[in-house]
Ligand binder design. Structure first.
Ligand code: NA7
Length: 548
């Protein structure tokens, strides 16, 4: 524990999702620091606490979307399906929270209102919505990348007479669609997972699609006892292997360039991956995400599947994506999405040419027509990556609000530290591989790296650490450079901030791969935290100790 006497606690951790749980565990057990966690929800689980819409599942396979740091945890927990459902993942988060006895460090139902740096005392003051303040030496944000839900500013929404639910803030008691007319706005992953489930129950579903989305079948199945036993025996090796991969997952490696392989081989590979399910079609060839011609081979393959599945040619045409290269908006993983449009009780309305004008008292109005519904589902996404951090109202050195520091887009060094915001670490912040990788693998790496850094600083009597502006600019340029070697910037996506009116258009995640990122971080630490300014208040005059 720190000897600083003007603090309530060494570290404030914001969020009790997978990042907060693990960071808090390490801070207590490895660093022996005192921690006060804050969580807006009434329990742990983060994204899996909030996104309770029907059909919600992870799009990384359960055996890899889980912690690898503790063998007892991975041996005791048994996944029941290839792609875990939201309830099962939430149960897993609670299981881990129990094992680590983590809830004692958190105040639940407690929203952070602001976090402010005090130059005099070199401390952070976290104010919660109830007006209470907590002074700490460090702040670690563990707020996730997709937790700031976004409802478009539709005129008339307040006067709509039915129920409105955003997929990212779904009622705990569920929503009964039986006998109801339902309108769903959006066709991203949340919509694609929930529409087939809603359609099974509702009298009628109308889907409002602005951009047709590429989605691949999950081919979900139960995981048998024998299969799980094999996985558990292999876990240590699987975890190590996942760390060496681009996305932190275990997938079949690409077989070569789509442009150089012969047509029959390309076709056979796509058929095999399509049949095995999941997003592995995106990983079939080395050039899918870097070359437009190669990208179109996989894109056209998926378009063919849509046309073969959807019986009504006009609906199939509307569902066929043509606005962006496949994979540049996050690929979705579904169960019976396209098949659902063959049902009599499902209709598709394109709002590409005629946007939703307003929400009338009975439902969305498009091209002068009001679509009557009892329940309106907003599957309209999130202010991704920077949104959750900006909503914390963080103010750094010289009274600079994070919103001003990020006026031109989220900037950080390694996705972990922001210049002008000392002793603050952002787990999966902008510039981290985060959403392009298995989040849990990235979270574990970030939490371990941050807590190792704090250990080193405390041992050396260093009081503050922060990214230098130069290191930050260098990292931002590098992240952009890497993104520009890919097709990602060609889509209007939440990766680019395009879904939020007025948000700076910058590719936010690091696309160089989880494995490359890991070695860069190790290198930075090995070089005495290169790119960070370290300072000690005990020395007179106050100095900054540059560590080369
Ligand atoms: P997404 O993927 O951001 O999807 C949001 C959807 O809502 C998308 O289809 C949007 O169309 C649509 N949208 C947003 N605003 C409007 C308006 N004003 N009018 C019509 N349609 C609109 O969010 P999800 O929750 O589905 O998924 C987020 C991630 O969570 C997902 O990638 C997984 O990682 C898990 P657009 O495409 O912008 O034209």
């Amino acid at each position: 524990m720190s000897t600083q006497h003007n603090i309530d606690v060494d570290v404030v951790v914001v969020g009790a999702g997978f990042a907060g749980i693990y960071a808090t565990h390490l801070l207590r057990t490895k660093n022996n620091l005192t921690v006060q966690g804050f969580e807006k929800g009434s329990g742990v689980g983060g994204t899996w606490f909030w996104n309770r819409y029907p059909g919600a599942r992870c799009d990384a396979e359960s055996i890899v979307y889980s912690y690898g740091f503790d063998d007892e945890i991975q041996q005791e927990w048994t996944w029941s399906e290839r792609w875990a459902t939201q309830p099962e993942i939430l149960e897993y988060a609670n299981f881990v929270a129990d094992k680590l006895d983590i809830r004692q460090y958190y105040r639940f139902n407690t929203e952070v209102a602001s976090i402010t740096w005090d130059e005099e005392t070199a401390t952070w003051t976290t104010t919660t919505a109830d007006g209470a303040t907590t002074v700490s030496k460090y702040v670690i944000t563990a707020v996730g990348c997709l937790s700031a839900s976004q409802v478009p500013n539709f005129p008339g929404l307040a006067d709509y007479r039915g129920e409105v639910h955003h997929t990212g803030a779904w009622p705990h008691e569920g929503v009964d669609f039986t006998g109801k007319k339902v309108c769903v706005i959006g066709t991203g992953s949340s919509a694609i997972q929930s529409i087939p489930k809603i359609a099974e129950q509702a009298e009628h579903v109308t889907v409002f699609q602005r951009t047709a989305t590429f989605t691949v079948p999950a081919r979900n199945r139960p995981l048998g006892v024998d299969e799980m036993a094999l996985v558990k025996a292999a876990y240590p090796a699987l975890r190590e292997h996942a760390k060496t991969t681009v996305a932190g997952v275990i997938v079949k490696q690409p077989i070569g360039s789509a442009l150089e392989l012969d047509d029959a081989t390309v076709r056979a590979e796509l058929d095999a991956r399509w049949a095995s399910g999941g997003p592995s079609v995106m990983n079939a060839f080395t050039d899918t995400m870097t070359d437009m011609e190669a990208n179109q081979i996989t894109a056209e393959y998926v378009r063919e599947q849509i046309r073969a599945t959807v019986k009504d040619p006009a609906t199939a045409a509307l569902l066929t994506p043509d606005a962006y290269p496949i994979g540049t908006k996050r690929i979705c993983v579904d169960t019976d999405y396209y098949e659902t449009y063959n049902r009599d009780n499902v209709a598709l309305v394109s709002v590409r040419e005629h946007p939703i004008e307003r929400i009338g008292s009975r439902g969305p109005v498009v091209d002068g027509v009001e679509h009557d519904c009892d329940i309106l589902v907003m599957a309209t996404g999130f202010d991704a990556i920077t949104g959750p951090l900006l909503r914390l109202n963080i103010t750094g050195r010289e009274g600079l609000p994070l919103s001003e520091a990020w006026a031109e887009g989220g900037k950080s060094y390694l996705g972990l530290s922001v210049a002008g915001f000392p002793n603050m670490f952002t787990i999966t912040g902008p510039g981290s591989p985060s959403v392009l990788t298995n989040m849990i693998v990235s979270i574990e790496q970030h939490a371990e790296w941050i807590t190792d850094a704090l250990l080193a600083l405390e041992e050396q009597g260093i009081d503050t650490i922060e990214a230098t502006p130069e290191a930050q600019e260098g990292w931002v340029s590098y992240v952009n450079e890497v993104a520009n070697t890919t097709l990602y910037p060609q889509a209007a996506s939440w990766y680019m901030g395009d879904n939020i009116p007025g948000k700076a258009r910058v590719f936010m995640p690091y696309a160089g791969g989880a494995h490359t990122y890991r070695s860069i971080c190790e290198d930075v630490a090995g070089a005495g935290y290169r790119g960070f300014a370290l300072s000690s208040r005990d020395r007179a005059p106050k100095v900054r100790v540059p560590v080369a």
